[in-house]
Design a protein around this ligand. Structure first.
Ligand SMILES: [Zn+2]
Length: 272
């Protein structure tokens, strides 16, 4: 807890050339973040004492920023720093980066997202990296959350998953590091997906900010126009956003982040 409070990303530099707020049209505006925060403050008190406490913290976020990872305004500021730092770093040698999506099988009922043990998930990932052939690569990213809806009549469930960038290694080696740890099942057709990262500056910023999303989605199975199985997404309903905000607040920014590797030119790997 204390460690999270020391980390003040508001005081860190943002490289303007890679600032997603200036360079990406789709990046959330300040006023969108404020609207989102106001809505959360209204919805949070329905979630007991943790909800009321977070609502109070967000209400107090003004000249002195609350620095909660559940606060849309502070999350936007963090994403600017995180996105610009990662994109600027990748741009120095953009040809050897891959994006990795890992979807663990664990699902959580609505109202029970607090049971998610993210530290355990991160510990396992750290061990998987350490024992793999890509243990010297740089890993940077974060956790994402969807509410998964099913084709049958099961109730929707939360699905925490990982999305990160890997610098070094190679597609086959990265897949080899994770495939055997994350089995495929009926609800998880593609548990590990590794893709070469595109190299334009805009692509670097888009992916870097995408590793630490601010807008979370429902995922619904559907059929495309040819009748093939596909997925459609839309934004979470407000009560679900509020439940997630309580978890994000507990996690903190660095708790949600995936960081592995050493490079003295990238303090983002070691900042506490
Ligand atoms: Zn705030």
């Amino acid at each position: 807890m204390e460690a999270q409070m020391k980390f003040n990303f508001y005081s860190l530099d943002i490289n303007e050339d890679y600032d997603p707020a200036k360079q990406l049209k789709k990046f959330e505006t300040m006023s969108e973040a404020h609207v989102r925060r106001r809505r959360l403050v209204r919805a949070l008190p329905d979630f007991g004492e943790p909800g009321r406490a977070l609502a109070e913290r967000l209400t107090g976020c003004g000249f002195f920023r609350c620095r909660s990872a559940g606060c849309p305004v502070c999350l936007r500021a963090f994403r600017r720093w995180w996105g610009s730092t990662l994109a600027a770093y990748m741009s120095r040698d953009p040809d050897y980066w891959f994006t990795v999506s890992i979807v663990p099988p664990d699902l959580f009922d609505v109202g029970h997202l607090h049971r998610f043990r993210w530290k355990l998930l991160k510990d396992r990932l750290r061990n998987q990296i350490a024992r793999s052939q890509v243990n010297r690569a740089i890993f940077l990213g974060g956790m994402d959350y969807n509410l998964v809806h099913f084709a049958d009549d099961r109730a929707p469930r939360w699905r925490p998953h990982l999305y990160f960038l890997v610098g070094g290694g190679g597609q086959g080696l990265i897949e080899g590091a994770f495939r055997r740890h994350y089995p495929r099942d009926e609800d998880t057709p593609r548990p590990v997906v590794v893709t070469p990262q595109r190299t334009e500056d805009k692509d670097l910023m888009t992916t870097a900010t995408y590793t630490f999303k601010a807008r979370f989605e429902n995922r619904r199975p559907c059929r495309d126009r040819r009748g093939n199985v596909d997925t459609e997404t839309d934004e979470l309903a407000l009560p679900h956003q509020a439940e997630l905000a309580i978890l994000l607040d507990r996690q903190g920014f660095l708790g949600r982040a995936i960081r592995h590797g050493e490079d003295r030119y990238l303090p983002a790997l070691t900042v506490r």
